[in-house]
Write a protein that binds this ligand. Structure first.
Ligand SMILES: [Zn+2]
Length: 131
């Protein structure tokens, strides 16, 4: 399977839309940085952990939360880079513009609605494939 990535993405976003979305991305970035800081403060050191299932479950939840926050932070930084490069707002798979309404909900979106669903479907099938 091969993918073709276009080098120029069309965008239907005006300067005001981009400014508003950039502000949202910066807010999201700050929130995720604070979230990661907070998780770091509540992260138990191995010495503090009692040998019980609750501690293990708590550590798993904290690990998952930190991974999710880090992923969003990575996506937000990538979106800001695309914006700086003038490539923001295009779907990474089909190259069509991502609707403004979708970007207002998820400013760091990489895919349009149909492509996002396709990716989720493929990921689910790969995750649940019987080998
Ligand atoms: Zn698409």
């Amino acid at each position: 399977m091969s993918y073709t990535f276009a080098t120029v993405r069309r965008t239907e976003l005006g300067p005001e839309d981009l400014d508003a979305l950039r502000a949202c991305l910066h807010d999201e970035r700050l929130f995720r940085l604070e979230q990661l800081d907070g998780l770091g403060e509540t992260w138990p050191s191995p010495d503090d952990l009692p040998a019980c299932q609750h501690a293990q479950a708590r550590e798993e939840v904290l690990t998952a939360l930190a991974a999710a926050a880090q992923q969003v932070l990575t996506d937000v930084d990538a979106a800001l880079s695309r914006m700086d490069a003038g490539l923001y707002g295009g779907c990474h798979l089909c190259d069509r513009p991502i609707p403004l309404a979708s970007l207002r909900i998820l400013p760091h979106a990489r895919y349009c609605g149909p492509c996002h669903q396709l990716k989720e479907s493929v990921s689910w099938r790969l995750k649940n494939a019987v080998s």
